[in-house]
Design a binder for this molecule. Structure first.
Ligand code: ATP
Ligand code: MG
Length: 256
């Protein structure tokens, strides 16, 4: 496998706080890479740098062999990098179908809030998209009436409407009821694998990480402190002590 996204020496500081302090990471084409680490470690900052929301003060980032440093978020989306946010960015007063149709239309360069549903082509594609995410039965509901799992999936479906080759997801299961988490990630992983999308996701639930990640990158104070397959990284004594909060050898789902 070759690197789809490649970061070298990324640095950014806010005042005296180093949110990225020399981040080197290759994301391989086709993999699901989980990012774990404590609050404030710089996980979201990395996603912001990779998607053009923050410009690193030093370092390089390339995507599919092309330098993307200094590009705007919209330029980066057009190249094929999608993202979803810690808090879903939905039009809450609109229905799930309208949200999906807006995303489909936006991909075609149409940003009007009203026209997408008037065009059968957008509506049909939006319905197909929702069906893939198991959301079709909720298509007519307003986004603010959804539970958090469906809200997260709708947000990710909107990112997928833009047909990314790489999708960066910031905590796709945060706020989702623990009884729904696995089902949400199952759907997500199935759709992304079927579409051949490479995924990077920030995750605090180690059971989700163990089950869905091909590799795990551990963030600590703006740096990657461990990187490897889940069975290795999640059983590393330092990672277990500092990130997962378990003593080495203590039983957890993460070790499964
Ligand atoms: N735009 C910004 N301006 C100032 N400080 C920022 C900015 N973005 C992030 N920070 C700071 O940088 C540090 C890293 O933040 P970041 O959001 O990347 O952490 P995180 O690992 O995503 O944490 P969490 O798990 O809580 O989401 C934090 O101390 C945060 O307050
Ligand atoms: Mg964050």
């Amino acid at each position: 496998m070759s690197a789809l996204l490649s970061a070298r020496g990324l640095k950014i500081a806010f005042g005296g706080l180093k949110a990225a302090d020399g981040v080197d990471l290759d994301v391989d084409d086709g993999e699901f890479l989980a990012i774990i680490g404590p609050n404030g470690a710089g996980k979201t900052t990395f996603i912001n740098m990779a998607t053009g929301y923050l410009r690193p003060q030093a370092g390089k980032i390339s995507y599919a062999g092309r330098n993307i440093l200094g590009m705007t978020p919209r330029q980066i989306v057009r190249l094929g990098i999608g993202r979803s946010f810690q808090l879903p960015q939905l039009f809450t007063e609109h229905t799930v179908l309208e949200n999906a149709a807006l995303a489909v239309a936006a991909r075609d360069g149409i940003w009007s809030p009203f026209s997408p549903l008037l065009r059968p082509r957008f509506k049909q594609e939006a319905e197909e998209l929702l069906d893939r995410f198991g959301l079709l039965s909720q298509a007519g509901q307003r986004a603010n009436a959804l539970n958090e799992g469906a809200r997260k999936l709708t947000d990710i479906a909107m990112a997928v409407a833009l047909r990314p080759r790489l999708l960066l997801m910031d905590e796709p299961t945060s706020g989702v009821a623990s009884s729904d988490k696995m089902a949400v990630v199952e759907v997500l992983a199935r759709v992304l694998r079927q579409s051949g999308v490479t995924a990077v996701f920030v995750e605090h639930d180690m059971e989700v990480v163990a089950r869905f990640a091909d590799r795990v990158a551990v963030w600590g104070q703006g740096r990657i402190t461990a990187l490897g397959p889940p069975d290795q990284v999640l059983n590393d004594p330092d990672v277990r002590r500092e990130v997962i909060g378990l003593a080495p050898g203590e039983a957890s789902h993460a070790a499964a």
